[in-house]
Design a protein around this ligand. Structure first.
Ligand code: 5GP
Ligand code: ZN
Length: 112
C-alpha cells in the first residue's frame, strides 16, 4: 500500500470503484473513462509501478492476471475476442503508476 497511489486507495476501499472481481492477488474494476464498450482494469494488489519495476516476486501475480483475462472477457460477453494493453512509463502513456492491465472489448473496437 502506497499512500499517494490512486489504485492502492481503490484496492483498500478508501476510494470507490465499480469492482467486478477480486481475489487474494488481484482486483478488477471498470475504468472510469472507458475507451470501449467493455473496459476493465486488472490490478495486482501488491503495489509496483510498472513493468520496469517488475521483479521475480511478481511473476505469480502477473501469470495469474494473464490467465484471468479470458475468464473475465468471457464473463463480460466478449465472445469474439478482446484486447489487452499495459502502458509503461510516461512515454508509454501510463498515467497511474501502479501496474495494471487494460482489458478492452466490444463491437466498436477498431483495428490497432
Ligand atoms: P494508464 O494510462 O495509466 O495505463 O491508465 C490509467 C487508467 O485509469 C485510465 O484509463 C483512466 O481512465 C483510469 N482511471 C483514472 N482514475 C480512475 C479512477 O479514479 N477510477 C477508475 N475506475 N479508473 C480510473
Ligand atoms: Zn499502488
Amino acid at each position: 500500500m502506497v499512500d499517494d497511489c490512486l489504485f492502492c486507495k481503490i484496492i483498500s476501499g478508501s476510494i470507490p470503484s465499480d469492482m467486478i472481481y477480486q481475489d487474494d492477488q488481484i482486483v478488477v474494476f471498470k475504468d472510469i473513462n472507458p475507451k470501449a464498450e467493455v473496459h476493465l482494469l486488472v490490478v495486482p494488489k501488491e503495489h509496483f509501478e510498472s513493468l520496469n519495476e517488475m521483479q521475480p516476486q511478481h511473476d505469480a501475480v502477473m501469470a495469474h492476471s494473464l490467465r484471468m483475462l479470458p475468464v473475465l472477457a468471457k464473463q463480460q460477453g466478449l465472445d469474439t475476442g478482446f484486447r489487452t494493453i499495459i502502458n509503461t512509463g510516461k512515454g508509454g502513456g501510463q498515467v497511474v503508476f501502479h501496474l495494471h492491465i487494460h482489458l478492452l472489448g466490444g463491437s466498436s473496437l477498431a483495428g490497432f
